[in-house]
Write a protein that binds this ligand. Structure first.
Ligand code: NAP
Ligand code: MG
Length: 507
């Protein structure tokens, strides 16, 4: 792998040397940390950088700065906050190419996926106009009860204070910006902890935020291991809200130690596609392969298992085999023709391999793939997967098309709903009533008809039920999560200015 070297624009965020050493962003400045972590690329196993690992005192400084400076963002006129977001978007657009390349190097994403992530991020910033419209309130007359006919209320939305955002490795830029932007827009200061395996592209974005004029101290970016720095941040009393995207295990852990902070949890999923008897099989197969292999399956909204009905099962599996050739698998640095790269680490590939082997030992048929070299896990097709196989139930997070046979619609829905997760799903059918019945019956936060789930810029609200989390992310919806309603009640009775009460129905 070529040596990582950034343009002059990003010169403050790292020190060059044999291995580039990245800094952290505290109190408006890029600072070195005493401890460092190695960043190894899944593409060829080379160490491409060292990133900062924050100490307890770095965390203290960052939280204090976020608390002390929150009035800078809260006090800014809304139109100035919007203009700031707009400058960030335009500046990000100018540096996109360089950020995409670093994202590919650190995460192993194919060009199309890395470029798509930056495009979605930029589009998300453009849609911030829409976000800002959610920062309003309501006037409520006291009409409902005889107690309040002389009162009126204003319900206003206020920032929470300091928001801690924690983001996962699979969309390190998009999910981070999807937390920072609404936090700032709604007048909160924000601390962002990106994932340790691929934080560089977001560190570059933070420099764009700084240069575009984010008030010093209103954004802090801290790298460091989740289990150490994450725990300290999660427990810190200076933080008012945590917006976490990541695995269910870590989400539950955060909930157990966060105390009474407001929590927004976007967790794991077992995205299920249901293929009905009357589905367009070619479309369903194409979409299911895309949903399973895009980003090497490392998506919370991946098609992580497919339940196909018996009458069309064999024909559908054949179609899946054909569409698996739509993806070209290899080293993403070899060019844009590669559409699927390695998974995030050798350890992740080994975990996927264990799940595939477990399914085969329990009777699943391995029709394609099924092995890996280092972090490169082959596109894999498993059919006749039994319900007791781990891969039928646990999040795969790898490029495995997993097919389960069900005898009819009711049993397909029942299998789908036995999952502990409830994030995403898809239904393939041409029958409106069957689609409606199924989509209503599925216990999930999101369900898509006749297409693989895909949330693009998340204009639609996105978020799960059951073990997939709580709360909704999306243009506008994140603002609701990051603000609190305050009810201001005005009593007009001293001057008898309220509504007169003329007795109850009993009179
Ligand atoms: P993860 O292991 O849970 O890590 C997510 C983030 O949490 C990372 O920044 C991690 O830091 C940090 N972390 C780890 N331990 C922590 C602790 N004790 N306290 C605070 N933070 C801690 O998840 P991942 O492997 O990066 O990402 C994949 C998971 O994310 C999958 O389960 C996927 O479904 C889920 N996901 C969900 C959505 C959604 O919208 N529902 C979207 C994308 C991904 P380190 O990197 O330093 O460990
Ligand atoms: Mg992890």
């Amino acid at each position: 792998m070529e040596k990582l070297k950034l343009s002059e624009y990003f010169s403050e965020i790292y020190d060059e040397g044999e291995t580039p050493k990245f800094k952290v962003f505290i109190d408006g400045k890029w600072v070195k940390t005493e401890q460092k972590m190695d960043l190894v690329s899944p593409i060829d196993g080379t160490k491409i950088a060292e990133v900062g690992s924050v100490s307890e005192s770095d965390i203290r400084k960052a939280v204090d700065s976020a608390v002390n400076n929150k009035s800078k963002i809260r006090g800014m006129a809304a139109i100035d906050r919007l203009e700031l977001i707009n400058r960030i978007r335009l500046e990000l657009e100018q540096h996109k190419e360089e950020i995409v390349k670093v994202l590919m190097m650190e995460s192993g994403k194919a060009f199309k996926s890395a470029n798509g992530e930056l495009n979605a991020t930029i589009e998300r910033l453009r849609l911030s106009m829409e976000d800002s419209k959610k920062i309003t309130g309501e006037y409520l007359p006291g009409d409902w009860s005889s107690d309040t006919t002389q009162k009126i209320a204003l319900v206003i939305r206020e920032p929470l204070g300091v928001v801690l955002g924690i983001s996962p490795f699979n969309y390190p830029v998009y999910t981070s910006v999807a937390k920072v932007m609404p936090a700032l827009l709604s007048g909160n200061s924000v601390i962002l902890k990106p994932p340790s395996s691929d934080p560089l592209a977001f560190l570059m974005c933070a420099e764009v935020f700084r240069k575009a004029g984010v008030p010093p101290g209103t954004l802090q970016v801290l790298t460091g291991s989740g289990s150490l720095s994450g725990d300290l941040l999660t427990k810190d009393e200076g933080i008012n809200m945590i917006s976490f995207t990541g695995s269910t295990d870590v989400g539950k852990h955060i909930a157990s130690i966060a105390g009474l902070k407001k929590l927004h949890l976007e967790l794991g999923g077992k995205g299920t596609a249901l293929i009905m008897e009357d589905a367009d099989l070619d479309l369903a197969a194409k979409e299911c392969v895309k949903g399973s292999l895009e980003l090497a399956g490392q998506r919370c909204d991946a098609v992580s298992r497919i339940i196909a009905l018996e009458p069309i099962y064999d024909a559908f599996v054949k179609k899946l085999e054909e569409h698996m050739n739509d993806y070209s698998f290899g080293n993403p640095m070899e060019g844009d023709k590669i559409t699927m790269g390695p998974v995030i680490s050798v350890k992740a590939a080994e975990r996927i391999d264990k799940m595939v082997k477990d399914a085969v030992s329990k009777g699943a048929k391995l029709l394609k793939g099924g092995s890996h070299k280092e972090a490169y896990y082959e596109p894999t097709l498993l059919a006749d997967v039994p319900l007791d196989a781990d891969i039928a139930n646990e999040e795969t997070f790898g490029p495995v098309v997993t097919v389960i046979k069900a005898k009819d619609k009711d049993s397909a829905i029942s299998i789908a709903n036995k999952s502990k997760y409830g994030l995403d799903s898809a239904v393939f059918t041409k029958d409106f009533y069957s689609a409606w019945e199924t989509m209503k019956a599925l216990q999930v936060g999101n369900v898509t008809l006749n297409s693989a789930p895909s949330h693009g810029t998340a204009y639609f609200p996105f978020g799960g039920v059951k073990d997939s989390g709580a709360g909704k992310e999306g243009v506008g919806y994140s603002i609701e999560e990051m603000t609190a309603l305050k009810t201001i009640i005005l009593d007009l009775s001293p001057k008898n200015l309220g509504k007169k009460y003329f007795g109850s129905f009993k009179d």
